[in-house]
Design a protein around this ligand. Structure first.
Ligand SMILES: [Mg+2]
Length: 382
């Protein structure tokens, strides 16, 4: 029997040459070439998008709207043979829609250039509007980067695969109804109660839920209270053990700083705080900020906000919209920077089309797979 010959890539066989080959291969993967019109150049980053409808397991109700489904936009950026994906969850409140987000992506499809790692330069080429769409582009580029270097995004960012447990949203309803739904939320140690019905029953809602659960409670008023209503309700919520109150007053309410001065509970602002430029003013009216990628325009700006908030002594909460696991995966990458996490968007869906985020002991852990670590379960029927 012939002895097996060592392969050309065995240890000791021209290591310098193999290393050169490896480096060339890696460089080719990171910067794939395109061959067009007889010339060779680094391939452009291509971008496409489509609208998708996500069905909720149950109707969501907050102070200003209710719905059974949410329209989002899935964005794909392609570089060579690899693709990265991101999700836009446009916010009605700011005049955004799935249609406007899609139009934004299509309008900017030729502006990504040929280097998916050049996030700062790409960010400057994108018009400063349609923040959910920008977040989808940012997430897709991070996903692509991770796949190119075979690392999960949280590692690329120098962060840990950990974070606080997510809260579970109890939509606005009658006190008994909210209590009934709270008893079902056995997988969660933190419940976020939506308040602000304008019927004088908000404290009763919290009291009803408090009576049936030991879970930590937080409330989100979605801008629905006046200063007097807030001043009356907050001490009662403090007595019921509520941990903090999110956005009690309308965004920009001139009474915000005064309420911060008298509130026995920490106040977190959401509608008041979108991007880095808002954070300093939020320190006047709140004890913490709620960062959402759909408001910030992506992971990169969200991290800037978290650090700015820390410098100003503010707490940091990480929130989400109704969105699939693709959008939640992007946020989960930076959860370790935050005091509070409210990333239940994908868990509220009848079915999550982008599984991969792992709910572990109440924590929404990002995958340890490359990029954002999620894959679309049902192939696009196009
Ligand atoms: Mg909120």
């Amino acid at each position: 029997m012939a002895r097996r010959q060592p392969s050309r890539t065995s240890v000791g066989d021209a290591p310098g040459r193999n290393r050169t080959c490896d480096l060339a291969l890696r460089r080719r993967t990171l910067y794939p070439l395109s061959y067009r019109r007889g010339t060779t150049s680094v391939a452009r980053v291509e971008m496409t998008a489509r609208i998708a409808t996500l069905d909720l397991a149950e109707t969501f109700v907050i102070s200003r709207e209710s719905s059974d489904s949410a329209e989002v936009v899935f964005v794909e950026v392609q570089h060579g043979r690899l693709s990265g994906f991101g999700e836009a969850a446009p916010i009605d409140r700011y005049g955004e829609s799935a249609e406007s987000a899609l139009a934004y992506v299509e309008e900017h499809a030729d502006l990504l250039g040929d280097d998916p790692f050049a996030l700062e330069a790409i960010e400057h080429r994108l018009a400063p509007r349609e923040w959910a769409a920008r977040a989808a582009i940012d997430a897709a580029l991070h996903d692509l980067q991770g796949k190119l270097v075979d690392l999960p995004v949280w590692r690329l960012l120098g962060l840990a695969r950990e974070g606080p447990p997510t809260s579970w949203t109890i939509w606005l309803g009658d006190p008994d109804d909210m209590a009934r739904r709270a008893t079902k939320a056995v997988d969660f140690t933190r419940l976020k109660l939506k308040l602000g019905a304008g019927d004088g029953q908000d404290v009763e809602r919290v009291r009803a839920v408090r009576a049936v659960t030991e879970a930590s409670l937080q409330v989100d008023v979605n801008e629905a209270w006046t200063f007097d209503e807030a001043r009356d309700a907050l001490p009662q919520l403090a007595e019921l053990g509520v941990a903090y109150c999110e956005q009690p007053l309308p965004a920009g309410d001139p009474d915000g700083p005064r309420l911060k001065g008298v509130s026995p509970l920490p106040i977190y602002v959401d509608e008041d705080c979108h991007r880095l430029s808002d954070v300093a003013e939020c320190a006047e009216r709140a004890h913490g900020i709620n960062i959402k990628l759909a408001k910030s325009g992506g992971i990169r700006e969200a991290m800037r906000m978290a650090h700015a908030a820390r410098a100003l002594g503010l707490g940091v909460m990480l929130g989400c919209m109704v969105e699939s696991g693709l959008g939640i995966a992007a946020a989960a990458q930076i959860a370790s920077l935050c005091n509070h996490v409210d990333l239940d968007g994908n868990l509220l869906l009848a079915e999550d089309p982008w599984p991969g985020v792992e709910l572990s002991d109440g924590v929404q852990l990002p995958s340890d797979q490359a990029g954002l670590g999620v894959r679309q379960e049902v192939p696009d029927p196009r």
